[in-house]
Design a protein around this ligand. Structure first.
Ligand code: NI
Ligand code: MN
Length: 227
């Protein structure tokens, strides 16, 4: 059984056999439910893109724990230059790892490399399908609604983590349309209420999703689901 703990914003702690992972570990925001120092045995980090509210404490945690960071190839090259172990995959690519397979999913969003005061090309933003314990988790990263999501219907996604805050990403209404395309067993809203411009009501998202094959699980920062 895999376990997913929401750490606020788009950050999650995902645990299964052979996997103690963080996804987009931005742990300094107003809704963060953990601190970087809380994690001592992380073996993998999944990084959807280079914006500060996603890369967060990636470099610090990866170096301290000796964790390997999954990201698109260009962002991985930057992380490697900072002394971090990386898997620099790319969009549509799938590969097998000791805990299970990983696939990079298109996301319509930017992906800068921010190095001090300099902003450079960092490849493209992505989402991930992460397989662990025979289950599939889709973390969309930051993205607008895209037709590519309909391809995920055949993947039998167990848990889909979707941004609902609007402004930079899908809002609750578009995220519910994404749910209809992806058809996951469980949908978890993320990327909302961290900052004023991404204020959103997760209950509204649940209402748009409605009652059907997908169950909406609204997690408060710090809460977990086992699946
Ligand atoms: Ni972003
Ligand atoms: Mn973001």
């Amino acid at each position: 059984m895999a376990k997913l703990r929401y750490l606020g914003h788009s950050a999650f702690y995902l645990v299964g056999v052979g996997l103690m992972a963080l996804i987009d570990p931005f742990l300094s925001g107003p809704t963060a439910a953990a601190k970087p120092d809380d994690f001592t045995d992380i073996n993998y980090i999944f990084l959807t893109h280079g914006h500060g509210d996603h890369i967060g404490s990636t470099i610090e945690i990866a170096k301290r724990c000796g964790a390997t960071v999954f990201s698109c190839n260009e962002l991985a090259a930057f992380l490697a230059s900072k002394g971090v172990k990386v898997e620099g995959m790319h969009i549509g690519g799938r590969a097998k790892f000791p805990f299970g397979r990983v696939k990079l999913i298109p996301a319509w969003h930017g992906c800068p490399v921010i190095d001090g005061t300099e902003t450079r090309y960092g490849g493209v933003a992505c989402g991930f399908v992460i397989e662990v314990d025979g289950k599939k988790v889709y973390h969309a990263g930051d993205t607008g609604l895209t037709m590519e999501m309909s391809l995920l219907a055949d993947e039998n996604i167990d848990v889909a983590c979707l941004p609902i805050g609007g402004y930079y990403t899908m809002d609750a209404e578009d995220a519910a349309r994404a749910v209809k395309m992806i058809k996951p067993r469980i949908a978890v809203p993320m990327h909302y209420n961290t900052f004023p411009v991404i204020k959103a009501d997760p209950q509204e998202f649940a209402k748009f999703v409605g009652i059907g094959q997908t169950e909406t699980k609204i997690l408060d920062p710090g809460e977990s689901i086992a699946f």
